[in-house]
Design a protein around this ligand. Structure first.
Ligand SMILES: [Zn+2]
Length: 250
């Protein structure tokens, strides 16, 4: 079995490298995603490699979907204790978290003043605390990212259909054919100018729902550093605390 490496660009601009394996026993092209090997594309012996790029491109939505599910099912390990503090770089905010054990069945989370969050309820359960903090982050995202998008829409003249804030595992944002924009609250942990770029990127999709050169020309019109930021964003998960990468389960 010989192996080569190639790269696939997903619809949202992320690049995924994959290995090409040649199998003498296989008659069809097979795609496999695993923790150990990443994405592996197996082709029959004698297969014309020049055709492969287009075939793999055709599977990119499948790959994006599998990747999303894969990351959700294989979260990084988190500490035994919930966090005491976190920093939202995009907003230049630091938040301290207090935990109050109460007999209430429902665990609630509230902002208790500037820079202070209180989680009250079943706080001995770490997963419950994380879930509460994720809910708080969704609200913070709604309060800050949504008006930010609105301002940028006004500045650029790019109209969108609506915005929702979610906790996607692998995407920072997306835009539907109807101009509905989804933003990931995890953006709050990234540098301010990177978030601005993601918002501009999604707004430009309301005009060009693709990553053609026309699309990139439009993005660069509003964000001249788009190329550099988009490259830097590939390692942006390093900015996220482990508990934020963990899918909220409770
Ligand atoms: Zn895009």
């Amino acid at each position: 079995m010989s192996v080569a490496v190639a790269e696939l660009e997903l619809a949202d601009g992320r690049r995924i490298s994959y290995r090409i394996a040649v199998s003498p026993h296989s008659h069809a092209i097979r795609f496999r995603l695993s923790a150990r090997s990443g994405l592996v594309v197996t082709v029959p012996r004698g297969f014309d490699r020049s055709r492969l790029g287009a075939i793999v491109d055709g599977k990119r939505d499948w790959v994006a979907d599998r990747l999303e599910r894969f990351v959700a099912a294989n979260p990084p390990p988190v500490g035994a204790a919930p966090p005491r503090e976190f920093r939202l770089l995009a907003l230049a905010e630091t938040w301290r978290i207090e935990y109050q054990a109460t007999p209430a069945k429902v665990t609630i989370v509230r902002t208790a003043g500037s820079g202070r969050i209180v989680v009250a309820g079943q706080v001995e359960n770490v997963a419950t605390c994380h879930a509460a903090l994720h809910r708080w982050l969704v609200r913070r995202g709604r309060d800050t990212l949504a008006p930010w998008l609105e301002r940028l829409s006004g500045e650029t003249g790019l109209r969108y259909g609506g915005v929702s804030i979610k906790g996607q595992q692998t995407r920072w944002g997306s835009c539907s054919a109807r101009g509905g924009i989804n933003l990931n609250y995890k953006l709050l942990f990234l540098p301010h100018e990177w978030v601005r770029y993601v918002l501009v990127h999604e707004l430009c999709h309301t005009v060009e729902l693709n990553h053609s050169s026309r699309f990139w020309d439009l993005v660069r019109q509003f964000e001249p550093g788009a190329r550099e930021i988009s490259a830097a964003l590939r390692n942006a998960r390093e900015y996220l605390p482990a508990w934020v990468l963990q899918p909220a389960t409770a």
